[in-house]
Design a protein around this ligand. Structure first.
Ligand SMILES: [Zn+2]
Length: 251
């Protein structure tokens, strides 16, 4: 079920243990070949595939489609919230659904820049709402070992606008992928211990803007992306989501 497609009386009658899923995304540059909506489209794709498989056992909340993208602001079009605004916005929405009696909430994040602030958010929400199960996951963490097997372009392949995001976008919205503009990330190396990507995180946290990390806004080599890989990634991620929401519903 889709939260805002229901009427207020329909919401009132629901079993309040039904897991709510809310996508946390971003609106930001993804190189010359992918649109600003990439993270939103990917997060919503996983959520809607989950919903197709368990239509009556999950309730999809509206997406938070602008995230924490300060590091992308050097590229035209990127939008960002401050950490404080992002926390307040998500916190207020969660507070609202808890006020209506819901007790199981899964935040499904699709943007690297939301991970640090997401941890603070989950600690705050967990402390203030012990009556509910409030969870946060980021899709590439759901089945990291199996996802790593699909990676053909090495470290950086699962990075921003790289092999994985391009594969997913070729599956979800091929009309928005500018294949003629595909190019390898133009990485600017700093220290070896500060290099990494989503599946192989660096040993050391070190803030740099995307412009400083890669002059074309791309990480890894997106030319390894294809639709079939997008389907394989989807199965690995959604199988894990199904397990989580099924367990939550029983709790
Ligand atoms: Zn992205």
């Amino acid at each position: 079920m889709i939260y805002d497609e229901l009427t207020s009386p329909q919401i009132a009658k629901l079993d309040k243990k039904i897991p709510l899923v809310m996508v946390l995304a971003a609106t930001e540059q993804h190189g010359a070949h992918l649109p600003l909506a990439t993270d939103r489209l990917i997060g919503e794709h996983f959520a809607s595939t989950l919903h197709q498989q368990l239509p009556d056992k999950v309730l999809l909340l509206p997406t938070v489609s602008v995230g924490c993208s300060e590091h992308h602001m050097g590229f035209s079009g990127s939008l960002t919230l401050t950490h404080e605004t992002f926390i307040s916005q998500v916190e207020d929405i969660i507070r609202s659904v808890i006020a209506h009696g819901f007790t199981n909430i899964l935040l499904l994040n699709s943007h690297g820049g939301n991970q640090g602030v997401g941890q603070i958010l989950i600690e705050k929400l967990g402390k203030n709402h012990s009556e509910a199960n409030i969870l946060l996951t980021t899709w590439w963490k759901l089945n990291g070992d199996a996802l790593a097997v699909l990676n053909e372009s090495g470290v950086g392949g699962t990075g921003h606008a790289g092999e994985f995001e391009t594969s997913l976008m070729l599956l979800i919205a091929p009309h928005l992928v500018h294949v003629e503009k595909l190019e390898k990330g133009l990485h600017n190396k700093t220290f070896p211990w500060a290099e990494g990507d989503m599946l192989y995180p660096p040993k050391v946290s070190y803030f740099r803007t995307m412009k400083e990390m890669t002059s074309n806004g791309v990480y890894g080599n997106p030319s390894y992306g294809n639709k079939e890989k997008g389907e394989q990634i989807t199965t690995l991620v959604v199988d894990n989501l199904k397990q989580i929401v099924t367990d939550l519903h029983k709790s």
